[in-house]
Design a protein around this ligand. Structure first.
Ligand code: AMP
Length: 111
């Protein structure tokens, strides 16, 4: 997607520090962190949101779910972490390329 910010970051057209990357995802710090640790796990494949998922992405989603606790451990979050996926404008999604927020490093309020 030529006008997608995260596609441009994945392509290296816009710089962003990579905390982790593999053949399926990149992980970058959120530019406006909401907690001391705030990462974004971004699939390399352009998927607009959870609404775009099909069974073809089942392996990708499993990969991300299993990666999240490893990233949290690497970030030094032994007491836990929060994951957030905003979906659609009503869900607060601002960038329409699927991404998972990983937050921690301070006690997070309930909601
Ligand atoms: P969402 O509301 O779930 O779509 O979240 C989009 C997130 O992307 C926000 O938390 C932004 O702070 C973050 N963001 C926007 N631009 C960048 C960027 N260039 N690098 C890293 N994070 C970004």
């Amino acid at each position: 997607m030529s006008d997608c910010l995260f596609c441009k970051i994945i392509a290296g057209e816009i710089p962003a520090p990579r905390v982790y990357s593999d053949d399926q995802v990149i992980v970058i710090p959120d530019i406006n962190p909401k907690a001391p640790a705030h990462l974004l796990v971004i699939p390399r494949q352009h998927l607009a949101s959870l609404d775009a998922l099909t069974p073809a992405e089942d392996g990708l989603i499993a990969h991300i779910m299993r990666l999240l606790p490893k990233l949290a451990q690497e970030q030094g979050l032994p007491n836990g972490f929060r994951t957030v996926i905003n979906t659609g404008r009503g869900g607060g999604q601002e960038i329409f390329h699927l991404h998972i927020h990983l937050l921690g490093g301070t006690p997070l309020p309930g909601f």
